[in-house]
Design a protein. Structure first.
Length: 210
């Protein structure tokens, strides 16, 4: 293979977090572009680097042979699987960000990719804007996929645990202070003499009654 690794699950996570569908010059040199990242011309995080090949492009290069040549890759049996998964990632991005069709570039894209251009080779004609929709609600199919979550670094986990312990300690200290304060107030309101106290009988001073 031309490369020795395939895309990682965290690459998909990073790509799905990009908020902009595309950015000028709307080409393979675009940065912060979901479209360019999923195609694999820029890093999954969105930054363009001419040496980077990721996601879709990286998978093609890993296949090598027929799958690694643009004009022959449809003959590779894995081609359909790769492009189906790429479409699933695109559909998930649409579902998460719910973009309006107006963010699709209206002009200055490579030929055939403007918003109102017809997609080739479909007939009757259908524009790019018409296909900028989620599949399940508009196209009659859906994907059953479990998307990976972002991994938390050990430092983040440590900070979270320490923060939780501090919060628990503060709550415990506040509760203890409140209980003690209430006890002191209650003790301070007690009468010096209770309702029942010792007194002497008027007739016999040696006898006390309660």
């Amino acid at each position: 293979p031309m490369v020795q690794r395939l895309p990682e699950p965290q690459d998909v996570v990073a790509c799905l977090e990009l908020t902009a569908f595309d950015s000028p010059p709307f080409y393979s040199t675009s940065s912060d572009s979901f479209r360019n990242s999923i195609e694999g011309y820029s890093a999954p995080q969105g930054n363009y680097d001419p040496a980077v090949r990721s996601l879709h492009n990286l998978a093609h290069l890993f296949l090598n042979g027929t799958g690694g040549q643009t004009h022959l890759s449809p003959n590779d049996p894995i081609f359909v699987l790769l492009h189906t998964f790429t479409d699933a990632v695109f559909d998930e991005w649409l579902r998460r960000h719910a973009p309006d069709a107006s963010i699709y570039p209206l002009e200055n894209t490579p030929i055939g990719h403007n918003r109102e251009f017809n997609m080739v080779p479909f007939w009757p004609p259908v524009t790019n804007a018409e296909m900028f929709v989620t599949a399940a609600e508009n196209l009659g199919y859906s994907y059953e996929a479990e998307w990976p979550g972002r991994r938390h670094s050990s430092s983040i986990v440590t900070v979270a645990v320490v923060t939780a312990l501090i919060v628990v300690a503060i709550i415990f200290a506040a509760s203890t202070c409140a209980v003690r304060s209430r006890a002191y107030r209650t003790e301070g309101r007690q009468p010096l003499l209770g309702d029942q106290y010792q007194r002497y009988d008027d007739h016999d001073r040696t006898q006390s009654v309660v």
